[in-house]
Design a binder for this molecule. Structure first.
Ligand code: PMP
Length: 408
């Protein structure tokens, strides 16, 4: 019989229900009453220059297949930015094919880069160490590439330290995944933590996969590492800015969150040429390319000043921490637009209190995401403050009220 019995165990082992369920429950709440703090996408309009450039590209008939690795013009811009920011040496274009030059690949969203990196590196049974809590895709990176995701708990401070990671390194480990600023906690790794992780990866011959999709959304006090080309400009610490990184770090960044174009599916990977070349080969058959006219759209993105939006998110972060910290523990988010507060213990045991709190919040039309969606534990919840201040404040009143026991 034809039917679900034909589905692969790979497909069946992927549980898509976590975020989808929150979405479906949210769809049942009238828009005017709904306070949605579950969505992981920016709430500001796409900068006009970026929209205009994409529209122009469509009208100028730049709609066919681009090069698999991305249009030369965009890769050149990325290469320049990487040189300025990280100090990685990159020749002119076409990029110098010598082994020490990093490859540059434009990918189908940041997700595309993450998936291709695992497809390129993992044999069946090979391991990638990911943080727990994780971004929802991370465990499935291994499922999709027949590898094994080894979960490294980073509670209670959500710091992915070398000391914590080292305990999980085995002869099958090939990759360590660092996400800073992090989803779901917004936690930013320190320069010391980045250096220690890089040292560990060098010592054990591992690839350090650095998911920096939220790099632009790093708040002032966590910007502690100078940009390679300008010591006065402080950036989010990155292992990619440290000596020797070019051989060990696969850096993944994206356009979606930074410029509000999550639907455009545009990210990029830079790293050791032998690895990026292999990812490029795989991209040809998996995604073919990322969308051609939209690559022209983000050509000038690095020139757009997003600091006003970052300051606004910093202001909202302060409001979130002020509202919830009297009632629970909440690591101060240093970036991204998420907070990951603990649910008070009276809501239930380690495997249920996130869900119980989520359900209580839904009764007040507030949507958050229980931590069981991105952790082996259900002790926390994620809230996104990429929400206008007025709604955010109303949502926080409900969440604080539930924590205090004033609401039920
Ligand atoms: N990494 C992290 C940490 C994320 O939060 C997300 C999106 N929520 C992604 C990667 C994937 O982003 P993209 O839409 O660029 O594929």
């Amino acid at each position: 019989m034809i039917g679900p019995n034909l589905l692969s165990s790979r497909a069946q082992s992927i549980n898509g229900s976590g975020i989808r369920r929150v979405f479906e429950i949210g769809a049942g709440i009238p828009a005017a009453q709904k306070i949605d703090l579950s969505i992981g996408q920016p709430d500001f309009p796409v900068p006009q220059a970026i929209k205009d450039a994409a529209i122009r590209a469509i009208q100028e008939d730049r709609n066919g297949y681009p090069l698999t690795r991305g249009i030369v013009e965009l890769r050149e811009v990325i290469a320049e930015q990487i040189k300025r920011d990280l100090g990685w040496s990159i020749g002119g274009l076409p990029l110098n094919p010598s082994a020490s030059d990093p490859g540059v690949l434009v990918t189908s969203g940041t997700s595309g880069a993450l998936i291709l990196s695992c497809m390129a590196l993992l044999n069946p049974g090979d391991e990638i160490i990911i943080p727990d809590p994780w971004f929802v895709l991370y465990p499935y990176l291994a499922t999709l590439s027949n590898g094994v995701a080894v979960k490294c708990p980073v509670y209670p401070d959500f710091r992915m330290t070398a000391e914590r990671v080292e305990k999980f390194v085995t002869p099958r480990t090939k990759m360590v995944l660092l996400n800073s600023p992090g989803n779901p906690g917004g936690v930013v790794a320190s320069e010391r933590e980045c250096a220690d992780l890089l040292d560990l990866c060098k010592k054990r011959n591992l690839v350090l996969l650095s998911d920096e999709i939220y790099d632009e959304f790093t708040y002032d006090e966590f910007r502690t590492q100078p940009m390679a080309s300008n010591p006065k400009k402080l950036m989010c610490p990155s292992p990619a800015r440290l000596p020797g990184a070019q051989e060990h770090v696969l850096l993944v960044r994206g356009y979606g969150k930074t410029y509000g174009v999550t639907g455009w599916r545009l990210g990029y990977a830079v790293g050791p040429r032998w690895l990026v070349e292999e990812m490029t080969k795989l991209q040809q058959y998996v995604y073919v390319s990322s969308p051609h006219p939209l690559q022209w759209g983000v050509m000038k993105a690095f020139e757009v000043d997003m600091s006003g939006h970052v300051s606004e998110y910093q202001r909202r972060r302060d409001v979130v921490v002020r509202a919830l910290s009297p009632h629970t523990s909440i690591p101060t988010p240093g970036g991204a637009f998420y907070a990951f507060p603990a649910v008070p213990e009276r809501f239930g045991g380690e495997n249920e209190r996130g869900e119980k709190f989520f359900q209580a919040a839904v009764r007040h039309n507030v949507l958050v995401v229980p931590s069981r969606t991105f952790s082996a534990r259900d002790t926390h919840f994620r809230l996104s403050y990429a929400t206008p201040m007025e709604k955010l404040s109303r949502g926080l009143e409900v969440l604080a009220g539930l924590m205090e026991g004033k609401l039920s």
